[in-house]
Design a binder for this molecule. Structure first.
Ligand SMILES: [Fe+2]
Ligand SMILES: [Fe+2]
Length: 153
């Protein structure tokens, strides 16, 4: 089994514990959507697609498990480190890359390391394109516009 598949199996088990069916469906759609978007962006930018995809799968797990978005990026990085350590899927350097991306993913107005930027942009793609009838949030406008330019859309 690929390590992405193994990670997804673990995440599916955790998401299946969510009682509210709508919230559970939203969580699946968002994590898989961000994971796919992260793969595309990483490939376009010549970065590691597998790690980008894994970061996408993990990035909001803390919020879904705790039911709170309060400081969820920083707490989510700790949770991701625990999951990756338990599953033994990544080496120390890879774990750091993924956890750094998750730690910074809510800082949409600042620019961080390349993989951090992949996850922020993937998050924005899903927020903005999952339902295009919804208005783009102010703090995501500039990032969404540069993504549209980068991808010619
Ligand atoms: Fe988030
Ligand atoms: Fe997210």
């Amino acid at each position: 089994m690929s390590r992405l598949k193994e990670l997804r199996k673990h995440i599916n088990c955790e998401l299946d514990k969510m009682q509210n069916a709508d919230k559970r469906a939203g969580a699946y759609a968002h994590l898989y959507g961000v994971s796919l978007a992260a793969t595309m962006i990483a490939r376009k930018r010549g970065l590691d697609v597998e790690l980008a995809s894994m970061a996408g799968m993990l990035h909001d797990m803390y919020a879904y498990q705790s039911g709170s978005y309060e400081n969820h990026a920083h707490k989510g990085a700790d949770l991701a480190r625990t999951i990756l350590t338990d599953l033994e899927l990544t080496n120390a350097e890879e774990t750091e890359l993924i956890c750094s991306a998750i730690y910074h993913h809510d800082d949409k107005l600042t620019v961080d390391a390349p993989m951090d930027e992949v996850l922020k942009d993937a998050d924005v793609i899903h927020h903005c394109m999952n339902d295009m009838s919804k208005e783009v949030k102010d703090k995501e406008k500039a990032r969404f516009e540069s993504l549209c330019a980068e991808f010619g859309m």
